[in-house]
Design a protein around this ligand. Structure first.
Ligand code: ADP
Ligand code: ASP
Ligand code: MG
Length: 409
């Protein structure tokens, strides 16, 4: 007998029928003798609908009121699931994030969890109750309600599992595990039996939406055994752990991709020693997340710097650059939209030089132009035209034989 945290995502609780199915999955664990904490997301696409409602009122809603609005989505699900459990004769109780003791920093829209006061949850578990907790939300020391960023219910679940020292955290979703790439786009994608925390963290950060990056960070830091699995099928999912013993030690483990990337080029900058720091300190102070950076030094007194941002951040990026034009001392800004980032990830890359070269050769053979590149020990990212994104992923998936590798079990 142990303690299990189960998390069910939006698609898994998208209708009353699905909520009843979730209740059944929860009861199964309870019947096995485990203590159970359940974390749920808002039903289906209801968070998107709430965002759309706010947009009907104003283009720039205040971030505090957005959090107040979006947290209602999860509150609907916790109460309905708890009613379903009670109706089947189980003692269950629902909690919003603040009631469950989830404390966050004082930032709206993308807050980090700073502490979890588990006293109340532990008491309820000791009484034999099933605790149903709203994902994606917390409360600041000042009593303000916050959200953890889109997809953040995963993080609620893993953070609770860490704080409660749970034996396991199961993430139930609409795919049966973590695949070599997004199975919605690439039909030959293969389900992985296991993957390391580090590889999963890279994939999540590079756009694989199956897990929220901070959830993987928590799992790694607190060594929480994590499994991604199907909410409708019974088959085993994908284990995320320190080193995967379930898969061969491959060079490339998976491919992540992300569209709606824009390249910004600041031309005619004075090529002084402080140019780079001035420009990126200015952007960082305005909370603009810059990704890949390329500086072209031409040997003259002028230089230009290109960097990529999410397209949704472009307007603000340009506003900030224009506001600080005098201090930054540049001639003009150029932007290129409709780009995408395609990344290969695998811990075997550390000891295998030439993987980046192989990636570029595959893309060149398909006539795909690479516009920017960035590498780390376990990944290579390229920026390509958005229209080439899926073609690039398919070609790389093929070339690195990701669908063929068989699990070692
Ligand atoms: P939930 O509502 O359960 O949180 P999400 O939509 O956030 O579900 O995550 C599941 C989706 O993640 C899948 O439907 C799939 O399209 C996408 N996805 C992206 N990359 C991967 C991958 N490598 N493996 C599995 N799913 C992936
Ligand atoms: N409901 C939130 C979202 O749609 C959080 C989550 O699903 O994890 O982003
Ligand atoms: Mg999700």
């Amino acid at each position: 007998m142990g303690l299990i945290v189960q998390k069910f995502g939006g698609t898994s609780v998208g209708s009353v029928e699905k909520i009843l199915n979730v209740a059944y999955r929860v009861i199964e664990e309870k019947q096995r003798g485990h203590d159970v904490v359940v974390v749920v997301s808002a039903m289906g696409k209801s968070t998107d609908s709430l965002v759309a409602l706010a947009k009907e009122i104003t283009e720039q809603p205040s971030s505090r009121e957005m959090d107040m609005l979006l947290t209602t989505g999860e509150q609907v699900t916790i109460s309905l699931l708890t009613m379903a459990l009670q109706n089947k004769g189980y003692d269950a109780v629902s909690y919003t994030g603040w009631q469950a003791g989830i404390e966050t920093e004082n930032i709206h829209g993308n807050a980090r969890i700073t502490n979890i006061d588990t006293a109340k949850l532990k008491e309820r578990l000791n009484e034999g109750k099933i605790a149903v907790v709203a994902g994606f939300q917390g409360v600041t020391a000042e009593g303000e309600i916050t959200t953890l960023g889109r997809g953040g219910s995963d993080t609620t679940a893993v953070a609770l599992a860490a704080a409660l020292k749970a034996d396991k955290c199961d993430i139930y979703t609409d795919v049966p595990g973590v695949f070599t790439t997004d199975p919605r786009y690439v039909k030959t994608a293969r389900k992985l039996a296991g993957i390391s925390y580090d590889e999963m963290l890279e994939l999540a950060n590079l756009g694989a939406g199956v897990l929220h990056p901070r959830a993987v960070e928590f799992a790694k830091n607190y060594q929480v055994p994590l499994e991604v699995r199907s909410s409708t099928e019974k088959e085993a999912g994908t284990l995320i752990e320190e080193e995967s013993s379930m898969e061969q030690n491959l060079i490339v483990r998976g491919i992540a991709f992300e569209d709606q990337i824009t390249r910004v080029t600041v031309c005619g900058l004075a090529s002084g020693l402080t140019t780079l720091s001035t420009i990126f300190t200015t952007l960082a102070k305005q909370n603009i997340n810059v990704d890949i950076i390329i500086q072209s030094v031409t040997g003259t007194s002028k230089t230009s710097i290109s960097f990529s941002v999410k397209t949704e951040d472009l307007k603000r990026t340009v506003e900030v650059l224009e506001e600080y034009k005098d201090a930054l001392d540049y001639e003009q800004i150029e932007t290129e939209n409709r780009l995408a980032k395609v990344s290969i990830v695998g811990s075997g890359m550390i000891s295998n030089p030439g993987v980046a070269a192989e990636m570029f050769a595959v893309l060149a053979e398909k006539n795909i132009q690479v516009k920017m590149v960035s590498t780390s020990e376990i990944k290579v990212s390229t920026v390509v035209n958005e229209g080439d994104m899926v073609k690039a992923v398919e070609a790389l998936h093929d070339a690195f034989e990701l669908s063929k590798q068989t699990a070692v079990i």
